[in-house]
Unconditional design. Structure first.
Lengths: 193, 193
DNA sequence: ATGTATAATTAACACTGTTAATATATTTTG
DNA sequence: CAAAATATATTAACAGTGTTAATTATACAT
């Protein structure tokens, strides 16, 4: 029956929605089967009729957050012209998203979940993807070689990851202002070619 | 009484030792009060006579691992002359330590524990510290300015952190060989001045 | 309307960290 | 040296966690 599928998808959606709300609000540490189910308006065991386990459910949120982050950055940088300054703006916007939703950061980069290679790789290279057309532009305008752009892309990804890890996970530096200063210096250093 | 103190310290040491063994062996996910106590040869509740809670105990391991990492890197790079190549060697040795003991990496950089500013900062700047005399050397030899060395130091720290995070936590890239290639490129890029 | 398939719930299990009450050593005192 | 007092270690219990089995409620087809 087709109705079965529709209803099943709707139910799944309720649980996924609840999970996403908790992650964005209270954070990863507040995720529990009973907590999710309560917010979805069902008993905790009902969840297991639609998901293999809680990891399976949480895993499904990753893709949604990835898309959300992408849209967030695109909206913030859509009006900017292609080039180095936009690469900086994208990087800062990307960081802004994860600093605003640290629970999402934890899920995407910290939490050990069922290792799906596809998703894992697309999470790791999300910033690369967001920057891609700007890198292409810089190469086309001969601001740097194709080879150099590849290495610099990875450099940018690592720098941003490092800054986020220390700031979100270790409160280092201990103020947002200090982080922005640090970020500015690092971005200028990496993106001066 | 002085004997009291000695005995108390000995007891603490048994639990700390057990915790460190589990962390270096099975990893952070295998840490539990009952598991630690069993390995130490005591009941789980005995632990609470010597530590406020399990976080307090785990926290005490951080300093030891930091020292161990420091000694590991120093031993591997002691014979090298000061300079850029040694900065690379130190970075690679530092990465090697954490890849060998991923449980230690998790504890120092991933796990959310009682936030002690002192320790947190010293963990975040451990690589900086290990490199310091080489940076001083490079500045003295006028290979780069003091200001540039500060920015590059942070750049190196972030790059290494990013590489470790993705590789250890997300298996990206998915082979150690690929990681070494990626690392080599990144280090050469950062340390070419 | 009744029987059957399906979905949702409660009860239970094996874990987790932590605390209170109990049992065991150890030390101090008569 | 024996008894009382103190300190230490252990078991039992509680409130959590994820997960599964058994049970109840619901929807659907005959």
């Amino acid at each position: 029956m087709d109705n079965k599928k529709i209803q099943e998808e709707r139910m799944k959606c309720y649980f996924i929605q609840a999970t996403k709300e908790i992650l964005k609000g209270e954070g990863l540490k507040c995720i529990s089967v009973r907590n999710i189910a309560q917010r979805a308006g069902y008993s905790y065991a009902t969840l297991y009729n639609y998901f293999k386990d809680v990891k399976d459910l949480i895993f499904l949120c990753i893709h949604d957050f990835q898309v959300e982050c992408e849209e967030f950055v695109k909206q913030e940088t859509a009006s900017l012209p292609e080039g180095i300054e936009t690469l900086k703006a994208i990087s800062k916007s990307y960081m802004k998203y994860f600093i605003q939703y640290t629970g999402v950061y934890e899920l995407l980069f910290i939490e050990r979940i069922n290792e799906n290679k596809q998703i894992t790789e697309s999470v790791c290279t999300l910033l690369d993807k967001l920057c891609q057309n700007n890198w292409d532009y810089c190469v086309k305008e001969q601001l740097l070689s194709q080879e150099a752009s590849e290495a610099t892309k990875i450099q940018l990804r690592n720098a941003v990851s490092g800054l986020l890890l220390f700031y979100i996970n270790r409160k280092y530096p201990n103020s947002y202002k200090d982080l922005t200063v640090l970020t500015e210096i690092q971005l200028n250093k990496i993106l001066s070619f």
